[in-house]
Design a protein around this ligand. Structure first.
Ligand code: KMH
Ligand code: ZN
Length: 280
């Protein structure tokens, strides 16, 4: 693996996700105004990329292009965060609709490298879909972030790069999503195994741990030279018995950890250079 271009830490905020309901968790940012306010506060706290899932007027997950465009524009208009749209959507979104996410012209898109059990559901990512989405990201000049929920997904990434060549921007950025019930566990041991298996072409990687695995994964990632993803998509509890009140709390804590690790949060300009996103 080539070494990082910048010694700092890329902090990605994943503020909403598709699984938690607004009813169950009113602090979850689901409206455009809440998302924009969240983006501004999280950038100030040290985030340089935002991973977005969008909701409709009833706060339900949607991949409607007009809403995605409005969210991309709103975040771009009020921050300099790298805007990454989720192509994973919710487990109920059809594959062809997930491909239309790139019509909203994000800087980056998530690209999950295989199917995985997801709690009681299945998050479906068949190989032909992965190939279609990857080639579309190359055509549309969108930088993919390879989401790796399991070691088999790392093997699939080797196959993808060998078959279709490097991504747009020539940087290979991965994100280990750990601790999903059905995927790899959120442990330091699993993180080390996954990092050792990453393709040699990998230029940067982050990690996130779901729920109570969040801190163990963050510490392990920093120890292995990785970056951090945090947010209410992955973690709703700040500490035992203490719900997350705002996504910025999680970014602030990640920035403190990065500072202690002597790899402080990188600026959005540094992150753009690291990932080689297209100026838009
Ligand atoms: N909501 C999960 C089923 C992604 O954003 O690409 C998929 C997910 C991954 O969150
Ligand atoms: Zn997501």
């Amino acid at each position: 693996m080539t070494s990082a271009v910048h010694p700092g830490t890329l902090i990605t905020i994943a503020p909403t996700g598709a699984e938690t309901t607004k009813e169950a968790f009113p602090a979850l940012p689901t409206t455009l105004a809440e998302l924009t306010e969240t983006a501004v506060r999280c950038e100030a706290a040290g985030a340089s990329m935002i991973h977005l899932h969008i909701r409709d007027d009833e706060h339900r997950p949607t991949l409607e292009t007009a809403r995605l465009v409005a969210a991309v524009d709103a975040v771009r208009g009020s921050t300099s965060l790298i805007v990454q749209l989720s192509t994973g959507g919710s487990v109920h979104d059809p594959l062809d609709t997930r491909l239309t996410v790139l019509d909203a012209e994000p800087d980056s898109c998530s690209l999950t490298m295989g199917t995985v059990n997801f709690g009681d559901d299945v998050f479906s990512n068949p190989w032909p879909f992965i190939c279609d989405l990857y080639q579309l990201s190359q055509e549309r000049e969108v930088v993919p972030e390879f989401e790796l929920f399991d070691l088999g997904h790392v093997a699939a990434l080797h196959r993808l790069l060998a078959t279709y060549g490097p991504p747009f921007g020539e940087r290979v950025h991965c994100d280990l999503v750990m601790g999903v019930p059905g995927g790899m566990p959120g442990t330091a041991d699993a993180l080390v195994a996954a990092v050792q298996a990453l393709p040699a072409a990998t230029t940067s990687w982050s990690a996130t741990g779901i729920g109570r695995t969040s801190l163990a994964v963050a510490f392990a990632s920093l120890a292995k030279g990785g970056h951090l993803r945090v947010g209410m998509e992955d973690t709703l509890t700040f500490a035992r018995g203490v719900p997350v009140a705002h996504n910025a709390e999680l970014v602030e804590r990640a920035a403190r950890l990065a500072e202690i690790a002597q790899r402080p949060a990188m600026s959005t300009a540094q992150a753009r250079d690291l990932l080689q996103v297209k100026p838009r």
